[in-house]
Design a protein around this ligand. Structure first.
Ligand SMILES: C[S@@+](CC[C@H](N)C(=O)[O-])C[C@H]1O[C@@H](n2cnc3c(N)ncnc32)[C@H](O)[C@@H]1O
Length: 268
């Protein structure tokens, strides 16, 4: 499966995803992943940034509110349409374009930074995406991204629960087997049953790479590794949102920041 076919799946997911995420049902994103991602993000005020796989633009808007001039791209036309409608309703100076991260429609060295929230692991052509991100970044620019943690979200994952339904361990397997486009069907667990029944389940093509592959591909692309984070919800967050409990047992997400070598605006 290539990025074009993956894009067709995401385009079909986009209507229901936008509705449910905007209604607050992407709890892991809103209560854990995005706050940790923003805490890791360096100051971006006045910088030109690119959001790779921006979806309906939720995180693009949050970063734009920090003073950056954002461009969001996504392969799914339906997501881009929703993102543009929200920009028209409440402008933040964001430009959205339908495009694949595998073939970015931008000149070399256009952006000071790039972000990619839970999108890079959905694109099979990882080498090309990293090469494209490197190309459009100015020297000294950074790429910060979040992915499903490869160690604890490989093709086989199961939560082991005690009698009180609390997760005490995560069973993982098939770590070295690349899930090249296996279709996972699911929806956001907190959505009310009536809504879930009305909306189609998401069909998400899965691509898994062991963590060593991610690191080696980033290095091969020419990036310097800068930061690694594994967001962990605190007890208060788990109490308020029990869905987060699994992520306190083993990391659900991996956050990485890498940098294109060289001084911004100067000689490398
Ligand atoms: C899990 S969603 C994340 C959306 C958004 N970044 C967020 O955090 O809410 C993954 C996104 O990656 C996009 N995507 C998948 N393949 C892509 C590609 N080749 N180029 C650009 N976007 C892509 C999908 O359309 C989808 O919007």
């Amino acid at each position: 499966m290539n990025h074009v076919t993956v894009g067709e799946y995401w385009n079909a997911n986009a209507e229901a995803w936008t509705k449910l995420a905007r209604a607050g049902h992407d709890v892991l994103r809103d209560q854990l992943n995005t706050p940790a991602f923003l805490a890791l993000l360096p100051p971006v005020d006045g910088l030109a940034g690119l959001d790779l796989g921006c979806g309906e633009g939720h995180n693009t808007r949050l970063v734009a509110r920090r003073g950056a001039r954002l461009t969001g791209i996504d392969i799914a036309e339906v997501f881009i349409r929703h993102a543009q409608a929200e920009e028209a309703r409440a402008p933040l100076g964001i430009t959205y374009r339908q495009a694949s991260a595998v073939e970015l429609p931008f000149a070399a060295e256009t952006f000071d930074f790039a972000i990619a929230c839970m999108s890079l692991m959905d694109i099979p052509e990882t080498e090309q995406v990293l090469a494209e991100a490197f190309r459009v970044l100015r020297p000294g620019g950074f790429l910060q991204f979040s992915i499903l943690h490869p160690c604890f979200n490989p093709p086989h994952r199961r939560s082991l629960r005690d009698d009180d339904r609390r997760t005490y361990a995560i069973e993982v397997g098939d770590y070295f087997i690349e899930a090249r486009g296996r279709i996972d069907e699911w929806t956001f667990g907190t959505a009310p049953a009536a809504l879930r029944e009305r909306l189609p389940k998401f069909k998400v093509p899965r691509f898994h790479r062991p963590v060593s592959q991610w690191l080696n591909l980033l290095l091969a692309a020419g990036f310097i590794l800068e930061r690694f984070e594994e967001p962990c919800p605190g007890p208060a967050a788990v109490e308020a949102h029990p869905l987060l409990q699994d992520a306190a047992v083993a990391a659900y997400f991996l956050h990485v920041r890498v940098r294109r070598p060289g001084r911004a605006g100067g000689t490398p």
